[in-house]
Write a protein that binds this ligand. Structure first.
Ligand code: ADP
Ligand code: MG
Length: 592
Protein backbone atom coordinates (compact mmCIF):
# COMPACT_ATOMS: atom_id res chain seq x y z
CA UNK A 1 0.00 0.00 0.00
CA UNK A 2 1.30 3.48 -0.89
CA UNK A 3 1.58 5.63 2.16
CA UNK A 4 2.88 8.99 0.92
CA UNK A 5 0.22 11.70 0.60
CA UNK A 6 0.00 15.50 0.60
CA UNK A 7 -1.00 17.19 3.82
CA UNK A 8 -4.27 19.09 3.77
CA UNK A 9 -3.76 22.91 3.58
CA UNK A 10 -4.90 23.54 7.11
CA UNK A 11 -2.36 21.10 8.52
CA UNK A 12 0.46 22.43 6.31
CA UNK A 13 -0.41 25.99 7.33
CA UNK A 14 -0.45 25.07 10.98
CA UNK A 15 3.02 23.60 10.67
CA UNK A 16 4.24 26.71 8.84
CA UNK A 17 2.62 28.85 11.51
CA UNK A 18 4.87 27.23 14.07
CA UNK A 19 7.74 28.99 12.41
CA UNK A 20 6.23 32.39 11.61
CA UNK A 21 3.83 32.88 14.51
CA UNK A 22 5.49 31.84 17.72
CA UNK A 23 3.71 34.13 20.12
CA UNK A 24 1.32 37.10 20.14
CA UNK A 25 4.16 39.53 19.48
CA UNK A 26 5.18 37.81 16.22
CA UNK A 27 1.55 37.90 15.09
CA UNK A 28 1.28 41.59 15.91
CA UNK A 29 4.51 42.30 14.06
CA UNK A 30 3.17 40.66 10.89
CA UNK A 31 -0.10 42.57 11.07
CA UNK A 32 1.48 45.96 11.68
CA UNK A 33 4.04 45.37 8.94
CA UNK A 34 1.21 44.59 6.54
CA UNK A 35 -0.47 47.88 7.47
CA UNK A 36 2.78 49.73 6.83
CA UNK A 37 3.20 47.98 3.48
CA UNK A 38 -0.37 49.03 2.65
CA UNK A 39 0.74 52.67 3.03
CA UNK A 40 -1.18 53.41 6.23
CA UNK A 41 -0.53 56.73 7.97
CA UNK A 42 -2.49 55.79 11.08
CA UNK A 43 -2.26 52.42 12.79
CA UNK A 44 -4.20 51.48 15.89
CA UNK A 45 -3.35 48.40 17.92
CA UNK A 46 -5.90 47.00 20.37
CA UNK A 47 -4.88 44.11 22.58
CA UNK A 48 -6.61 42.03 25.22
CA UNK A 49 -4.90 39.74 27.73
CA UNK A 50 -1.49 40.37 26.22
CA UNK A 51 -2.81 39.28 22.83
CA UNK A 52 -3.96 35.88 23.96
CA UNK A 53 -7.64 36.62 23.45
CA UNK A 54 -7.48 39.58 21.05
CA UNK A 55 -4.98 41.23 18.76
CA UNK A 56 -6.57 43.87 16.58
CA UNK A 57 -4.88 46.17 14.07
CA UNK A 58 -6.81 48.93 12.36
CA UNK A 59 -5.20 50.86 9.53
CA UNK A 60 -6.12 53.50 6.97
CA UNK A 61 -4.02 51.89 4.23
CA UNK A 62 -4.93 50.75 0.73
CA UNK A 63 -7.44 48.07 1.76
CA UNK A 64 -8.19 45.04 -0.43
CA UNK A 65 -10.67 44.12 -3.13
CA UNK A 66 -13.21 41.38 -2.46
CA UNK A 67 -11.09 38.80 -4.32
CA UNK A 68 -7.80 39.89 -2.77
CA UNK A 69 -9.34 39.72 0.70
CA UNK A 70 -9.94 36.03 0.14
CA UNK A 71 -6.66 35.37 -1.72
CA UNK A 72 -4.56 37.06 0.95
CA UNK A 73 -5.08 34.07 3.26
CA UNK A 74 -3.74 31.54 0.79
CA UNK A 75 -0.27 30.19 1.32
CA UNK A 76 2.37 32.08 -0.73
CA UNK A 77 -0.20 34.72 -1.64
CA UNK A 78 1.43 38.12 -1.87
CA UNK A 79 1.09 41.34 -3.82
CA UNK A 80 4.67 42.33 -3.03
CA UNK A 81 6.90 40.27 -5.29
CA UNK A 82 6.34 38.43 -8.55
CA UNK A 83 9.69 36.86 -9.29
CA UNK A 84 12.88 35.89 -7.48
CA UNK A 85 14.81 38.92 -8.74
CA UNK A 86 12.31 41.18 -6.94
CA UNK A 87 13.84 39.91 -3.72
CA UNK A 88 16.86 42.09 -4.42
CA UNK A 89 14.88 45.31 -4.62
CA UNK A 90 12.46 44.91 -1.77
CA UNK A 91 10.75 48.01 -0.55
CA UNK A 92 8.23 46.30 1.71
CA UNK A 93 8.46 44.66 5.12
CA UNK A 94 6.68 41.50 3.97
CA UNK A 95 7.18 39.45 0.81
CA UNK A 96 6.82 35.78 1.71
CA UNK A 97 3.05 35.66 1.61
CA UNK A 98 2.99 33.38 4.62
CA UNK A 99 1.80 35.49 7.50
CA UNK A 100 -1.95 35.61 6.93
CA UNK A 101 -2.11 31.92 5.96
CA UNK A 102 -0.24 31.08 9.16
CA UNK A 103 -2.29 33.33 11.40
CA UNK A 104 -5.63 32.05 10.17
CA UNK A 105 -4.45 28.47 10.68
CA UNK A 106 -3.95 28.98 14.41
CA UNK A 107 -6.61 31.53 15.37
CA UNK A 108 -10.10 32.87 14.73
CA UNK A 109 -9.70 35.74 12.30
CA UNK A 110 -12.14 38.44 11.33
CA UNK A 111 -11.12 41.02 8.77
CA UNK A 112 -13.01 43.90 7.22
CA UNK A 113 -11.37 45.84 4.43
CA UNK A 114 -12.22 48.43 1.79
CA UNK A 115 -10.33 50.21 -0.95
CA UNK A 116 -10.94 53.91 -1.60
CA UNK A 117 -12.37 53.15 -5.06
CA UNK A 118 -14.95 50.68 -3.73
CA UNK A 119 -18.22 51.81 -2.18
CA UNK A 120 -18.66 48.69 -0.22
CA UNK A 121 -16.12 46.68 1.70
CA UNK A 122 -15.64 42.99 2.48
CA UNK A 123 -15.83 41.12 5.76
CA UNK A 124 -14.28 37.70 6.00
CA UNK A 125 -14.19 35.31 8.91
CA UNK A 126 -11.83 32.34 9.06
CA UNK A 127 -11.40 29.80 11.86
CA UNK A 128 -8.40 27.51 11.68
CA UNK A 129 -7.98 27.99 7.90
CA UNK A 130 -11.70 27.43 7.23
CA UNK A 131 -13.66 30.34 5.80
CA UNK A 132 -16.84 30.55 7.82
CA UNK A 133 -18.24 33.79 6.44
CA UNK A 134 -17.57 36.29 3.66
CA UNK A 135 -19.95 39.17 2.96
CA UNK A 136 -20.11 42.78 1.85
CA UNK A 137 -20.06 45.37 4.66
CA UNK A 138 -20.11 49.11 5.20
CA UNK A 139 -16.69 50.07 6.56
CA UNK A 140 -14.08 52.81 6.36
CA UNK A 141 -11.22 52.70 3.81
CA UNK A 142 -8.38 50.53 5.10
CA UNK A 143 -8.23 47.23 6.93
CA UNK A 144 -9.48 46.17 10.34
CA UNK A 145 -7.90 42.87 11.33
CA UNK A 146 -8.96 40.93 14.43
CA UNK A 147 -7.09 37.85 15.63
CA UNK A 148 -9.03 36.15 18.41
CA UNK A 149 -7.98 33.29 20.67
CA UNK A 150 -4.54 32.73 19.23
CA UNK A 151 -3.55 29.03 19.30
CA UNK A 152 -7.11 28.07 20.29
CA UNK A 153 -6.64 24.90 18.23
CA UNK A 154 -2.99 24.21 19.13
CA UNK A 155 -3.09 23.39 22.82
CA UNK A 156 0.65 22.77 23.12
CA UNK A 157 1.39 26.24 21.76
CA UNK A 158 -1.10 27.89 24.00
CA UNK A 159 0.43 26.25 27.04
CA UNK A 160 3.81 27.39 25.88
CA UNK A 161 2.84 31.06 26.23
CA UNK A 162 4.26 33.01 29.15
CA UNK A 163 2.41 35.13 31.70
CA UNK A 164 0.45 38.13 30.48
CA UNK A 165 3.10 40.46 31.85
CA UNK A 166 5.85 38.75 29.85
CA UNK A 167 3.83 38.48 26.65
CA UNK A 168 2.80 42.12 26.95
CA UNK A 169 6.45 43.05 27.34
CA UNK A 170 7.24 41.07 24.18
CA UNK A 171 4.42 42.81 22.33
CA UNK A 172 5.62 46.23 23.32
CA UNK A 173 9.23 45.39 22.55
CA UNK A 174 8.37 44.28 19.02
CA UNK A 175 6.10 47.29 18.61
CA UNK A 176 8.98 49.64 19.54
CA UNK A 177 11.16 48.02 16.90
CA UNK A 178 8.63 49.09 14.28
CA UNK A 179 7.51 52.51 15.50
CA UNK A 180 11.10 53.73 15.80
CA UNK A 181 11.55 53.22 12.07
CA UNK A 182 8.31 54.91 11.03
CA UNK A 183 8.01 58.19 12.92
CA UNK A 184 5.87 59.58 10.10
CA UNK A 185 3.12 57.08 10.95
CA UNK A 186 0.76 57.74 13.83
CA UNK A 187 0.44 54.78 16.20
CA UNK A 188 -1.72 53.98 19.22
CA UNK A 189 -1.43 50.93 21.44
CA UNK A 190 -4.31 50.00 23.73
CA UNK A 191 -4.16 47.14 26.20
CA UNK A 192 -7.25 46.02 28.14
CA UNK A 193 -8.93 49.37 27.33
CA UNK A 194 -5.97 51.36 28.59
CA UNK A 195 -3.97 53.54 26.21
CA UNK A 196 -0.38 52.40 26.69
CA UNK A 197 1.22 54.42 23.92
CA UNK A 198 0.01 57.30 21.82
CA UNK A 199 2.50 58.33 19.17
CA UNK A 200 1.53 61.20 16.89
CA UNK A 201 3.36 61.72 13.61
CA UNK A 202 6.90 62.97 14.35
CA UNK A 203 10.50 62.98 13.20
CA UNK A 204 13.05 60.38 14.29
CA UNK A 205 14.28 62.18 17.36
CA UNK A 206 10.78 63.09 18.51
CA UNK A 207 9.67 59.49 18.07
CA UNK A 208 12.49 58.27 20.31
CA UNK A 209 11.45 60.85 22.89
CA UNK A 210 7.76 59.86 22.60
CA UNK A 211 8.64 56.26 23.30
CA UNK A 212 11.42 56.49 25.88
CA UNK A 213 11.15 59.95 27.38
CA UNK A 214 7.58 59.84 28.52
CA UNK A 215 8.27 61.01 32.06
CA UNK A 216 10.25 64.05 30.94
CA UNK A 217 10.65 64.63 27.23
CA UNK A 218 12.87 67.67 27.42
CA UNK A 219 15.26 65.94 29.80
CA UNK A 220 15.37 62.85 27.62
CA UNK A 221 15.92 64.93 24.52
CA UNK A 222 18.97 66.59 26.06
CA UNK A 223 20.53 63.16 26.60
CA UNK A 224 20.57 62.35 22.90
CA UNK A 225 23.48 63.17 20.66
CA UNK A 226 23.02 62.96 16.91
CA UNK A 227 25.32 60.85 14.79
CA UNK A 228 25.51 61.11 11.04
CA UNK A 229 28.12 59.78 8.70
CA UNK A 230 27.70 59.26 5.00
CA UNK A 231 30.28 57.16 3.21
CA UNK A 232 30.46 55.37 -0.12
CA UNK A 233 29.17 52.14 1.33
CA UNK A 234 26.84 53.09 4.13
CA UNK A 235 24.92 55.98 5.61
CA UNK A 236 24.85 55.71 9.38
CA UNK A 237 22.60 58.05 11.29
CA UNK A 238 20.65 58.24 14.50
CA UNK A 239 21.26 59.11 18.12
CA UNK A 240 23.40 57.93 20.98
CA UNK A 241 23.00 58.69 24.67
CA UNK A 242 25.46 60.77 26.61
CA UNK A 243 27.85 58.72 28.75
CA UNK A 244 26.54 60.14 32.01
CA UNK A 245 23.09 58.77 31.17
CA UNK A 246 24.34 55.28 30.48
CA UNK A 247 22.88 52.68 32.78
CA UNK A 248 22.15 49.02 33.23
CA UNK A 249 18.89 49.10 31.28
CA UNK A 250 19.60 51.15 28.23
CA UNK A 251 17.64 51.23 25.01
CA UNK A 252 19.82 49.83 22.27
CA UNK A 253 18.51 49.63 18.74
CA UNK A 254 20.07 48.98 15.36
CA UNK A 255 18.04 49.19 12.16
CA UNK A 256 19.18 48.27 8.69
CA UNK A 257 17.18 49.55 5.76
CA UNK A 258 14.18 49.95 8.01
CA UNK A 259 14.41 46.60 9.79
CA UNK A 260 15.36 46.03 13.38
CA UNK A 261 18.54 44.02 13.72
CA UNK A 262 20.73 42.61 16.41
CA UNK A 263 24.43 43.01 15.83
CA UNK A 264 26.79 42.13 18.69
CA UNK A 265 29.82 43.26 16.68
CA UNK A 266 28.44 46.72 15.97
CA UNK A 267 27.33 46.89 19.57
CA UNK A 268 30.98 46.49 20.44
CA UNK A 269 31.91 49.23 17.99
CA UNK A 270 29.65 51.61 19.88
CA UNK A 271 30.77 50.66 23.36
CA UNK A 272 34.35 51.00 22.19
CA UNK A 273 33.65 54.62 21.31
CA UNK A 274 32.62 55.21 24.92
CA UNK A 275 35.77 53.64 26.27
CA UNK A 276 36.92 55.38 29.39
CA UNK A 277 33.67 57.31 29.75
CA UNK A 278 31.43 54.75 31.39
CA UNK A 279 31.36 53.68 34.98
CA UNK A 280 31.16 50.01 35.94
CA UNK A 281 28.73 47.95 33.93
CA UNK A 282 26.85 50.93 32.51
CA UNK A 283 25.97 50.69 28.85
CA UNK A 284 24.89 53.60 26.63
CA UNK A 285 21.57 53.94 24.83
CA UNK A 286 21.67 54.10 21.07
CA UNK A 287 19.33 54.26 18.11
CA UNK A 288 21.39 53.68 15.01
CA UNK A 289 20.04 53.43 11.50
CA UNK A 290 22.08 51.98 8.63
CA UNK A 291 21.05 52.75 5.07
CA UNK A 292 22.98 50.45 2.84
CA UNK A 293 22.90 49.05 -0.66
CA UNK A 294 21.21 45.59 -0.43
CA UNK A 295 24.24 44.16 -2.28
CA UNK A 296 26.30 44.90 0.81
CA UNK A 297 24.20 42.72 3.12
CA UNK A 298 22.87 39.18 3.21
CA UNK A 299 19.29 39.51 1.94
CA UNK A 300 18.07 36.11 3.00
CA UNK A 301 15.82 37.49 5.68
CA UNK A 302 14.04 34.96 7.83
CA UNK A 303 10.79 36.31 9.30
CA UNK A 304 11.84 35.75 12.87
CA UNK A 305 15.58 36.23 12.60
CA UNK A 306 17.06 39.58 13.41
CA UNK A 307 20.70 39.02 12.49
CA UNK A 308 22.03 40.54 9.28
CA UNK A 309 25.40 39.86 7.72
CA UNK A 310 27.43 42.75 6.35
CA UNK A 311 30.06 42.25 3.68
CA UNK A 312 32.19 45.13 4.88
CA UNK A 313 31.68 44.59 8.55
CA UNK A 314 35.16 45.68 9.57
CA UNK A 315 35.07 48.96 7.71
CA UNK A 316 31.59 49.77 8.98
CA UNK A 317 32.79 48.90 12.48
CA UNK A 318 35.39 51.63 12.17
CA UNK A 319 32.96 54.13 10.67
CA UNK A 320 30.58 53.50 13.51
CA UNK A 321 33.14 53.92 16.27
CA UNK A 322 34.48 57.04 14.61
CA UNK A 323 31.00 58.48 14.10
CA UNK A 324 30.05 57.97 17.73
CA UNK A 325 33.39 59.31 18.95
CA UNK A 326 33.00 62.31 16.71
CA UNK A 327 29.47 62.96 17.95
CA UNK A 328 30.46 62.70 21.60
CA UNK A 329 33.41 64.98 20.95
CA UNK A 330 31.26 67.52 19.16
CA UNK A 331 29.11 67.98 22.19
CA UNK A 332 32.14 68.48 24.39
CA UNK A 333 31.58 65.10 25.96
CA UNK A 334 35.08 64.10 25.11
CA UNK A 335 37.73 66.82 24.83
CA UNK A 336 37.49 68.15 21.31
CA UNK A 337 40.16 68.84 18.73
CA UNK A 338 41.81 72.19 18.31
CA UNK A 339 40.15 72.97 15.04
CA UNK A 340 37.72 70.30 14.22
CA UNK A 341 34.74 70.51 16.48
CA UNK A 342 31.94 70.74 13.97
CA UNK A 343 33.14 69.10 10.79
CA UNK A 344 32.03 65.80 9.33
CA UNK A 345 34.10 62.74 10.05
CA UNK A 346 36.65 62.26 7.36
CA UNK A 347 37.33 58.58 7.03
CA UNK A 348 39.33 56.54 4.62
CA UNK A 349 37.16 54.42 2.41
CA UNK A 350 40.13 52.44 1.21
CA UNK A 351 41.54 50.69 4.18
CA UNK A 352 44.76 49.43 2.77
CA UNK A 353 45.78 52.73 1.26
CA UNK A 354 49.53 53.08 1.36
CA UNK A 355 50.16 56.01 3.54
CA UNK A 356 53.78 56.18 4.25
CA UNK A 357 57.16 55.61 2.67
CA UNK A 358 59.69 55.80 5.43
CA UNK A 359 62.66 54.94 3.26
CA UNK A 360 62.51 58.35 1.70
CA UNK A 361 61.93 60.35 4.83
CA UNK A 362 64.30 63.17 5.54
CA UNK A 363 64.85 64.43 9.01
CA UNK A 364 63.30 67.81 9.52
CA UNK A 365 64.31 70.56 11.81
CA UNK A 366 62.27 73.70 12.06
CA UNK A 367 63.57 77.05 10.98
CA UNK A 368 61.76 79.19 13.46
CA UNK A 369 63.05 82.47 12.10
CA UNK A 370 61.71 81.93 8.61
CA UNK A 371 58.84 84.25 7.78
CA UNK A 372 57.69 84.39 4.20
CA UNK A 373 55.85 87.59 4.83
CA UNK A 374 59.16 89.35 5.20
CA UNK A 375 60.89 90.61 2.09
CA UNK A 376 63.89 88.46 2.97
CA UNK A 377 62.76 85.12 1.63
CA UNK A 378 65.51 82.80 2.68
CA UNK A 379 65.51 81.26 6.06
CA UNK A 380 69.18 81.02 6.77
CA UNK A 381 69.17 77.93 8.97
CA UNK A 382 66.67 76.03 6.87
CA UNK A 383 68.40 75.67 3.55
CA UNK A 384 70.37 72.46 4.09
CA UNK A 385 67.30 70.50 5.18
CA UNK A 386 65.30 71.96 2.34
CA UNK A 387 67.80 70.65 -0.18
CA UNK A 388 67.93 67.29 1.46
CA UNK A 389 64.13 67.07 1.47
CA UNK A 390 63.72 68.05 -2.12
CA UNK A 391 66.46 65.84 -3.41
CA UNK A 392 64.34 62.86 -2.44
CA UNK A 393 61.85 63.45 -5.19
CA UNK A 394 62.81 62.75 -8.78
CA UNK A 395 61.37 66.04 -9.94
CA UNK A 396 61.49 68.26 -6.92
CA UNK A 397 58.66 70.68 -6.46
CA UNK A 398 59.98 74.19 -6.53
CA UNK A 399 59.49 75.80 -3.18
CA UNK A 400 56.52 77.78 -4.28
CA UNK A 401 56.75 80.60 -1.92
CA UNK A 402 60.28 81.59 -2.57
CA UNK A 403 59.81 83.99 -5.47
CA UNK A 404 56.47 85.30 -4.36
CA UNK A 405 55.07 87.46 -1.69
CA UNK A 406 51.58 87.22 -0.30
CA UNK A 407 49.49 90.10 -1.57
CA UNK A 408 46.56 90.00 0.79
CA UNK A 409 44.48 87.82 3.03
CA UNK A 410 43.90 84.11 2.47
CA UNK A 411 40.47 82.80 1.51
CA UNK A 412 38.98 79.39 2.08
CA UNK A 413 37.57 77.47 -0.85
CA UNK A 414 35.27 74.44 -0.64
CA UNK A 415 36.02 74.19 3.11
CA UNK A 416 39.14 72.42 2.03
CA UNK A 417 41.67 74.68 0.33
CA UNK A 418 43.21 77.97 1.29
CA UNK A 419 43.56 80.41 -1.59
CA UNK A 420 46.36 82.91 -1.31
CA UNK A 421 46.97 85.58 -3.93
CA UNK A 422 50.73 86.12 -4.27
CA UNK A 423 52.92 88.14 -6.60
CA UNK A 424 53.59 85.02 -8.66
CA UNK A 425 50.01 83.86 -8.97
CA UNK A 426 47.28 82.21 -6.99
CA UNK A 427 48.50 79.70 -4.47
CA UNK A 428 46.24 76.84 -3.37
CA UNK A 429 46.97 75.07 -0.12
CA UNK A 430 45.37 71.85 1.08
CA UNK A 431 44.40 72.72 4.65
CA UNK A 432 44.46 69.18 6.04
CA UNK A 433 47.82 68.30 4.56
CA UNK A 434 49.32 71.65 5.52
CA UNK A 435 48.27 71.24 9.11
CA UNK A 436 49.46 67.64 9.17
CA UNK A 437 52.93 68.81 8.03
CA UNK A 438 53.03 71.41 10.77
CA UNK A 439 52.04 68.86 13.41
CA UNK A 440 54.46 66.28 12.04
CA UNK A 441 57.25 68.72 12.57
CA UNK A 442 56.14 69.38 16.14
CA UNK A 443 55.90 65.66 16.96
CA UNK A 444 59.31 64.95 15.46
CA UNK A 445 60.89 67.68 17.53
CA UNK A 446 59.15 66.51 20.68
CA UNK A 447 60.45 63.02 20.10
CA UNK A 448 63.99 64.19 19.56
CA UNK A 449 63.91 66.44 22.58
CA UNK A 450 62.05 63.93 24.80
CA UNK A 451 59.53 66.55 25.80
CA UNK A 452 56.16 65.60 24.44
CA UNK A 453 53.27 67.36 26.11
CA UNK A 454 51.02 64.82 27.71
CA UNK A 455 47.46 64.87 28.85
CA UNK A 456 46.31 62.62 31.63
CA UNK A 457 43.25 60.53 30.77
CA UNK A 458 40.39 60.63 33.25
CA UNK A 459 39.85 56.92 32.77
CA UNK A 460 42.82 54.91 31.54
CA UNK A 461 42.11 52.91 28.40
CA UNK A 462 43.26 49.43 27.58
CA UNK A 463 45.23 48.64 24.46
CA UNK A 464 45.03 45.01 23.42
CA UNK A 465 48.04 43.92 21.41
CA UNK A 466 48.17 40.62 19.53
CA UNK A 467 51.13 38.50 20.61
CA UNK A 468 52.70 39.00 17.19
CA UNK A 469 52.83 42.76 17.76
CA UNK A 470 54.32 42.78 21.21
CA UNK A 471 57.84 43.09 19.84
CA UNK A 472 56.81 46.03 17.66
CA UNK A 473 55.26 47.95 20.49
CA UNK A 474 58.18 47.21 22.81
CA UNK A 475 60.56 48.75 20.30
CA UNK A 476 58.39 51.83 19.95
CA UNK A 477 57.70 52.25 23.63
CA UNK A 478 60.38 54.87 24.22
CA UNK A 479 59.35 57.01 21.32
CA UNK A 480 55.69 56.73 22.26
CA UNK A 481 56.60 57.90 25.77
CA UNK A 482 58.67 60.77 24.38
CA UNK A 483 55.74 62.02 22.40
CA UNK A 484 53.36 61.95 25.37
CA UNK A 485 51.88 58.45 25.67
CA UNK A 486 52.05 56.71 29.03
CA UNK A 487 51.82 52.95 28.57
CA UNK A 488 52.09 50.35 31.29
CA UNK A 489 52.03 46.66 30.51
CA UNK A 490 48.91 45.14 32.06
CA UNK A 491 49.16 41.55 30.86
CA UNK A 492 51.33 39.76 28.32
CA UNK A 493 49.04 41.11 25.59
CA UNK A 494 47.66 44.38 26.90
CA UNK A 495 48.73 47.83 28.08
CA UNK A 496 46.97 50.52 30.01
CA UNK A 497 47.16 53.92 28.41
CA UNK A 498 46.96 56.57 31.09
CA UNK A 499 48.04 59.64 29.17
CA UNK A 500 48.17 60.70 25.55
CA UNK A 501 49.91 63.49 23.61
CA UNK A 502 47.96 66.64 24.42
CA UNK A 503 47.59 67.48 20.73
CA UNK A 504 45.72 64.22 20.40
CA UNK A 505 42.99 65.03 22.89
CA UNK A 506 39.53 64.12 21.67
CA UNK A 507 40.84 61.38 19.41
CA UNK A 508 40.49 57.71 20.09
CA UNK A 509 43.97 57.07 21.44
CA UNK A 510 43.57 53.32 21.21
CA UNK A 511 42.62 53.52 17.56
CA UNK A 512 45.56 55.78 16.81
CA UNK A 513 47.93 53.41 18.58
CA UNK A 514 46.51 50.45 16.70
CA UNK A 515 47.03 52.25 13.43
CA UNK A 516 50.58 53.13 14.30
CA UNK A 517 51.24 49.46 14.96
CA UNK A 518 49.52 48.47 11.71
CA UNK A 519 51.50 51.02 9.73
CA UNK A 520 54.70 49.73 11.16
CA UNK A 521 53.81 46.30 9.83
CA UNK A 522 53.24 47.61 6.36
CA UNK A 523 56.60 49.26 6.22
CA UNK A 524 58.69 46.98 8.26
CA UNK A 525 61.80 48.72 9.37
CA UNK A 526 64.39 48.29 12.01
CA UNK A 527 65.65 51.83 11.88
CA UNK A 528 64.69 53.81 14.92
CA UNK A 529 64.43 57.06 13.00
CA UNK A 530 61.89 55.58 10.63
CA UNK A 531 59.73 54.36 13.45
CA UNK A 532 59.73 57.83 14.87
CA UNK A 533 58.59 59.16 11.55
CA UNK A 534 55.78 56.62 11.48
CA UNK A 535 54.61 57.63 14.88
CA UNK A 536 54.87 61.33 14.14
CA UNK A 537 53.03 61.09 10.84
CA UNK A 538 50.30 58.85 12.19
CA UNK A 539 49.66 61.23 15.03
CA UNK A 540 49.85 64.26 12.77
CA UNK A 541 47.38 62.99 10.21
CA UNK A 542 44.95 62.06 12.98
CA UNK A 543 45.14 65.38 14.71
CA UNK A 544 45.23 67.69 11.71
CA UNK A 545 42.24 69.81 10.78
CA UNK A 546 39.90 67.91 8.51
CA UNK A 547 38.94 68.71 4.97
CA UNK A 548 35.44 70.10 5.07
CA UNK A 549 36.03 72.15 8.17
CA UNK A 550 35.41 75.87 7.77
CA UNK A 551 38.33 78.01 8.96
CA UNK A 552 38.27 81.67 9.84
CA UNK A 553 40.89 84.09 8.62
CA UNK A 554 42.90 84.02 11.84
CA UNK A 555 43.09 80.25 11.82
CA UNK A 556 44.22 80.29 8.20
CA UNK A 557 46.85 82.94 8.88
CA UNK A 558 48.14 81.07 11.89
CA UNK A 559 48.34 77.85 9.93
CA UNK A 560 50.15 79.48 7.02
CA UNK A 561 52.62 81.17 9.31
CA UNK A 562 53.48 77.82 10.84
CA UNK A 563 53.64 76.22 7.43
CA UNK A 564 56.09 78.77 6.06
CA UNK A 565 58.35 78.09 8.98
CA UNK A 566 58.88 74.52 7.84
CA UNK A 567 61.98 73.82 5.80
CA UNK A 568 59.70 72.55 3.06
CA UNK A 569 55.99 72.48 2.69
CA UNK A 570 55.55 71.45 -0.95
CA UNK A 571 54.73 67.86 -0.10
CA UNK A 572 53.71 65.77 2.88
CA UNK A 573 56.18 63.22 4.28
CA UNK A 574 54.29 60.57 2.31
CA UNK A 575 54.73 62.52 -0.89
CA UNK A 576 51.39 64.22 -1.44
CA UNK A 577 51.14 67.79 -2.68
CA UNK A 578 50.46 70.38 -0.02
CA UNK A 579 50.58 73.50 -2.16
CA UNK A 580 50.18 74.32 -5.80
CA UNK A 581 50.46 77.55 -7.75
CA UNK A 582 48.31 78.84 -10.56
CA UNK A 583 50.58 81.36 -12.28
CA UNK A 584 49.25 84.61 -13.68
CA UNK A 585 50.00 83.23 -17.14
CA UNK A 586 47.96 80.11 -16.55
CA UNK A 587 45.08 82.16 -15.24
CA UNK A 588 45.42 84.49 -18.23
CA UNK A 589 45.30 81.58 -20.65
CA UNK A 590 41.98 80.47 -19.21
CA UNK A 591 40.50 83.69 -20.52
CA UNK A 592 41.69 83.16 -24.08
P1 ADP B 1 3.22 39.34 2.62
O1 ADP B 1 3.10 40.51 3.53
O2 ADP B 1 4.48 38.61 2.77
O3 ADP B 1 2.88 39.68 1.21
P2 ADP B 1 0.96 38.34 4.08
O4 ADP B 1 0.45 36.97 4.28
O5 ADP B 1 1.38 39.08 5.30
O6 ADP B 1 2.12 38.25 3.05
O7 ADP B 1 -0.13 39.18 3.33
C1 ADP B 1 -0.64 38.71 2.08
C2 ADP B 1 -1.16 39.84 1.23
O8 ADP B 1 -2.34 40.39 1.81
C3 ADP B 1 -0.21 41.01 1.13
O9 ADP B 1 0.72 40.83 0.09
C4 ADP B 1 -1.16 42.17 0.83
O10 ADP B 1 -1.44 42.26 -0.55
C5 ADP B 1 -2.43 41.76 1.54
N1 ADP B 1 -2.57 42.45 2.84
C6 ADP B 1 -2.30 41.94 4.05
N2 ADP B 1 -2.55 42.84 5.03
C7 ADP B 1 -3.01 43.96 4.42
C8 ADP B 1 -3.46 45.24 4.89
N3 ADP B 1 -3.46 45.58 6.19
N4 ADP B 1 -3.86 46.15 3.96
C9 ADP B 1 -3.86 45.84 2.64
N5 ADP B 1 -3.44 44.65 2.15
C10 ADP B 1 -3.03 43.71 3.02
MG1 MG C 1 3.04 40.43 5.57
Amino acid sequence: MDIVHLLPDNVANQIAAGEVIQRPSSCLKELVENSIDAGATTIQVIVRDAGKTLLQVIDNGSGMSETDARMAFERHATSKIREASDLFRLTTMGFRGEALASICAVAQVEMTTRRAEDEIGTCIEINGSTVVRQEPVQCPVGTNFKVKNLFYNVVARRRFLKTDATELRNLIQDFYRIVLVYPEIQFTFVHNDEIILELPKANHKQRIEQVFGRSNRAAYSSQLVEINVDTDIVHIHGFVGKPENAGKQSSQYFFTNGRYMRHPVFHKAITQAYQGMLIGEASPSYFVYFDINPDEIDVNIHPTKTEIKFLNEQIIFRFLTAAVREALGKFDITPSLDFDTTGQVEMPVQTNEKRFTPQTMPRITAATNYNPFNTVHKAPGAQPELDQWQSLYPEPEPSLFEPHTALSDPYQYASRYILLPTTGGLMLIDQHRAHACVLYDIYMRQMHDHRGERQQLLFPEVLEVPTTDIAVIESMLNDLMNVGFELVQLSPTSYTVSSVPSLLSGQNAIEVLQEIIEDTHLHHSSVQEEWQQHIAWSLASHTAIRSGKPMNIDEMRQLLEQLWKLPSYARTPDGKKVTTLLSDDEIGRKFC
